[in-house]
Design a binder for this molecule. Sequence first.
Ligand code: PLP
Length: 388
Amino acid sequence: MKLAIDQTLRHLSQSDIRIMSIECDKMGGINLSQGVCDLDTPAPVIEGAKKAMDAGLNFYTRYDGIPELRQAIAKKLARYNSIEADAEKNIIASAGATGALFCAMTALLSPGDEVVLFEPYYGYHLHTMQAIGLVPVYVRTHPPDWHLDLAAFEKAITPRTRAIIINTPSNPSGKVFSRDELQAIGEVCARHDLLVFTDEIYEYFIYDGSRHVSPGSLPILKDRTVTVSGPSKTYSITGWRIGYCVTTEERAVRIGHVNDLIYVCAPSPLQAGVAAGMDKLPDSFYASISKTYKAKRDKLCATLEKIGLKPHVPTGAYYVLADSSRLPGKDSKEKAMKLLETSGVATVPGRAFYHDKAGENLLRFCFAKTDEVLDEACRRLEKLDLRG
Ligand code: PLP
């Protein structure tokens, strides 16, 4: 019998990140490819989840999450993001930011709709669109500061374009969109009546005095934005699968129904753990994230500079794109493999972040690692010297 297997998502099985992780494991290397932070989870988060389990919060919750979590998110949105949200009407807790975005795009867009995606992009954004039958429209941001050419952005918009997706701070470039840039983007979106999806999972990972601005806090974008975020990175709980989105009541109801269909609810005791963390952790905890990760960024960037893999020093998130032109290999995959073979450090080939060949001379390094692991990675990298 000939099996009928849909081809739409055939590329999903061959993610470069997964391939590099497998190759890295085979040779006992250090994995700087995956965006998994191996730092400790704050105690109130763990204790909150344990307490909830012991107290019997082990069943389905309302589809948009427990009230304690939605209220904690609403408080945090008002304080940190300057977004006013009603915990009863505007917030959907979901299975990670990934689940929240999937539900939001599924609920609000239709197959064939075009969505502007800024390059370099995060692969899940593209694959989410492809899974739903949306059509990506690629608009490039340019190094060194990942500048967005507004004229090129507006030119890419067609009558079929329904939305854009912003990722600030961005994976993989580390770009932090400024208020002025967001205002300018907002004006284009208002002119063309576009919806804005914004992924702010790295909102606390910001360096060099830059500030996180939520697109949804700008008056011009307030009513056309779906803000997606979550504690996966902030609390180092990527495996818990808690995230959320925030938008107008009308949209939130639709997204909530999709969330109910796909996930039923986010894991109940873990929702309680996140709510406890949000209630109990002081501002100094969030400020310490920038400080801790800036030191990691600086350590890795100094090493990369020293060996001739020139880094694009990021102002946010926890990845560095480095220029790999000096590594042998015909494309970024071969260069990443060469680096893994010679240094034992795994990275992501730059081609994972572009639809064309623009990423072939880039490698992405993740610095969300314990100091011990990062030091060892830097020691191994320093044995290479490509400057000659
Ligand atoms: N959004 C971006 C831009 C990411 O880089 C990642 C993880 O690497 C996620 C979302 C995943 O978030 P979550 O674990 O909440 O699904």
